[in-house]
Write a protein that binds this ligand. Structure first.
Ligand code: FAD
Length: 409
């Protein structure tokens, strides 16, 4: 007979969404248990943060710990295609709020956040895995497998699924639905870059677009320790043309860009590359009776604008606010107050992602004489302020982007 534990809030996954949600709920006086499949620190992809995310770290009482961890300072994004270069300084943007942030090794970053959630009173159980869920009863019940193989039940008042690409509730409750985006993949690794000082702005993510293929791009994300994250994103069938180990495939692709080849001439490729395919995902609903899906467990769009962690934090903030109001006896409309509210910003990013892969956004950013106001509006979205309705490119994203694309032809 399985033993059953009873808890108030159960969070599945101690990634950015889970840890921030846990801290916010602890601030409300809730009892919080996080079940995390891995032991931390563990590798995770998604290393370039956006300034908007700093507001959520502040709200969750985690900012000091993140600052003290000494990650690489970040103040913007640079875009390169052939001999064209443009960069955005996030401090010069339309929206109020943080204009700088960090580039982080996610193993350590996620560990810092999880330890902060614990310090604030949440319990984190590492190497425990949620394997089944029943959301139909009076209270939700999940089955958990412990490291020694014991399977036990947890009954909770509410479950937040922050399982990221694990997408545990979407899979178990059959909520998964395909993304509208084509199947793309990424090959990536960490290198000791040995880029000579002064030849490269380490305070910015560098996005390079393939010379011939507008929808193939590379990231270079410098860290504070002389290392970089490097990766390439392309459609699955394009990547399939490249043979060999993931490191060989990544090198072949990166060296097709002469500027990247020159920049990385002395780099030490000391860590085997890995790949991920078909990460874009969606669900039929972001919430249900007694549960909500946070971060990647809900929807994941695309890595190009580094929006994933910001969206994960935003979802944690919105969901914990809904739970606060619910506990205070208010009737919460999860559709409007959570799903629609979250999707507003996600849809802004979606329009930018669509424009990026069609080449329109690239025409806009490489335009020679862009009006300063337009650049500040676009910069705000690149900095993560995709929910700021005072920005016309948030309020009317598609129409405004369409007009700009035409003007920049
Ligand atoms: P995760 O970070 O995935 O955390 C989920 C946690 O749940 C994990 O620790 C996992 O072990 C745990 N878990 C899973 N299943 C179970 C289970 N059954 N039981 C218990 N625990 C479980 N985002 C950015 O902000 N910046 C970037 O530069 C960026 N680059 C990216 C590049 C690529 C190629 C890709 C694919 C994504 C990128 N992202 C980026 C997105 C980013 O990785 C995610 O959006 C972000 O990690 C989502 O956070 P999360 O908390 O929702 O989930």
């Amino acid at each position: 007979m399985q033993r059953t534990e009873r808890h108030d809030i159960l969070i599945i996954g101690a990634g950015p969404a889970g840890s921030v949600a846990a801290a916010l709920l602890k601030q409300q006086g809730r009892e919080v248990l996080i079940i995390e499949r891995e032991i931390f620190p563990r590798f995770s992809i998604g290393e370039s943060l956006l300034p908007q995310s700093m507001a959520y770290l502040e709200e969750a009482g985690m900012l000091r710990a993140v600052i003290e961890a000494g990650f690489q300072f970040k103040n913007g994004a640079a875009f390169v295609r052939g001999d064209r270069y443009t960069d955005f300084d996030f401090r010069d943007k339309h929206s109020e709020g943080w204009g700088t942030t960090y580039q982080v090794q996610r193993g350590r970053f996620d560990h810092v956040l999880a330890m902060e959630a614990e310090r604030q009173g949440a319990e984190v159980r590492y190497r425990h895995e949620v394997i089944a869920a029943d959301m139909d009863g009076e209270r939700p019940v999940v089955e958990v497998k412990s490291p020694d193989g014991e399977v036990y039940r947890i009954e909770a008042n509410f479950v937040l699924d922050a399982s990221g690409f694990g997408r545990i509730l979407p899979r178990l409750l059959k909520l998964e639905t395909p993304s509208d985006f084509p199947v793309r993949g990424a090959i990536f690794t960490h290198i000791e870059d040995r880029i000579p000082v002064g030849t490269f702005d380490r305070n910015k993510i560098r996005i390079t677009i393939h010379r011939e293929h507008v929808d193939v791009w590379y990231w270079l994300i410098p860290f504070a320790d002389g290392r970089c994250s490097i990766g390439v994103v392309a459609k699955q069938d394009f990547l399939a043309q490249y043979q060999g180990s993931d490191t060989e495939r990544l090198q072949a692709l990166v060296f097709e860009d002469p500027a990247s080849q020159a920049l990385l001439a002395n780099a030490q490729w000391d860590t085997p590359a890995r790949h991920i395919v078909g990460y874009a995902a969606n669900v039929t609903s972001l919430y249900g009776k007694h549960f909500a899906l946070l971060g990647n467990a809900g929807e994941f769009l695309d890595p190009v604008f580094s929006s994933g962690v910001t969206i994960a934090f935003k979802s944690a903030s919105l969901a914990s606010d809904c739970l606060r109001r619910q506990a205070a006896g208010e009737t919460v409309d999860w559709q409007n107050d959570y799903a629609v509210a979250l999707k507003q910003g996600v849809d802004t990013f979606r329009a930018f992602v669509e424009s990026w892969y069609a080449g329109g956004f690239q025409r806009i950013i490489f335009h020679e004489n862009p009006p300063a106001k337009v650049r500040r509006n676009i910069c705000a979205i690149l900095a993560g302020y995709a929910w700021d309705q005072t920005n016309p490119y948030v309020a009317e994203t598609k129409r405004r982007l369409g007009v700009l694309e035409e003007l920049c032809k």
